[in-house]
Design a protein around this ligand. Structure first.
Ligand code: AP5
Length: 219
């Protein structure tokens, strides 16, 4: 299965992609995580991306498209779920073209819907583990020991782009440049709007229902 997960910043894409990847044996490819790894490793791409990410605007298409094309080449037969990519019309068109060259296509698009006020709270309260990537929230998903990762014991951090000011810019960027992708994809018969203003497990259940039905149809 080749899936795209759309949704505003903080809609829960990363959280849901982890569940979907585990349930269906897919590779979770997050453009944001790949960019943050590039920054941590101090690569040229990471250095170029830094100022865009920290100010809440998109990294230029040419950098992201090449980076994701490389990542997609390494995908196992079971398929992938894309998180945070595509994020512009140009990225979506290039993704379709590059899959098409190999006789492939996106099988389903899931669009997580949550109000801006809810996602702003989710992002400013998010804490992440810099070591293993686990994600927590200061109210909704607390670690057992305050500010310490349950999985690996590392001190949790707030992402630099989760400050109130940058969150406001990220939401603006989303509405201007990424939300139009809904129009690009909604004619696909496997485009699904998902109510993501629910408990994480309930959101997963809604997604699994759609994907299980799709898998049955195609079997
Ligand atoms: P990226 O890392 O992709 O960030 P984003 O899209 O802004 O998404 P987030 O990671 O903030 O949120 P999420 O939807 O994954 O939510 P999460 O599950 O963590 O991108 C960062 C930057 O990189 C961009 O601004 C841009 O500069 C650059 N970039 C990346 N991709 C690019 C591209 N394709 N083109 C150009 N530039 C690109 O959840 C958030 C919080 O809410 C967590 O604390 C979680 O525990 C909590 N939570 C999750 N679900 C629920 C729920 N159902 N109920 C309550 N709380 C919940």
């Amino acid at each position: 299965m080749r899936l795209v997960l759309l949704g505003s910043p903080g809609a829960g894409k990363g959280t849901q992609c982890k569940h979907i990847a585990a349930q269906y044996g897919l590779l979770h490819l997050s453009s944001g995580d790949i960019l943050r790894n590039q920054r941590a490793e101090g690569t040229n791409l990471g250095k170029k991306a830094q100022k865009f990410m920290d100010s809440g605007v998109l990294v230029p298409d040419e950098l992201v498209i090449e980076m994701m094309a490389k990542a997609i080449k390494k995908v196992p037969a079971a398929g992938f779920i894309l998180d945070g990519f595509p994020r512009t019309l140009n990225q979506a068109i290039e993704l379709d073209k590059s899959l098409g060259r190999n006789g492939q296509k996106i099988d389903a698009i899931l669009n997580l819907n949550v109000d801006d006020k809810v996602v702003a709270k989710r992002m400013t309260g998010r804490r992440s583990c810099p070591q293993c990537g686990a994600v927590y929230h200061i109210e909704n998903l607390k670690p057992k020991v305050d500010s310490i990762c349950d999985r690996c014991g590392t001190a949790l951090l707030q992402r630099p782009d989760d400050s109130q000011q940058v969150v406001a810019q990220r939401l603006k960027t989303y509405h201007q440049q990424t939300e139009p992708l809904v129009d690009y994809y909604k004619h696909n018969s496997n485009f699904f709007d998902i109510d993501a203003d629910r408990e994480p497990d309930e959101v997963s259940a809604l997604i699994f229902e759609k994907l299980d039905a799709l898998a049955k149809c195609e079997a």
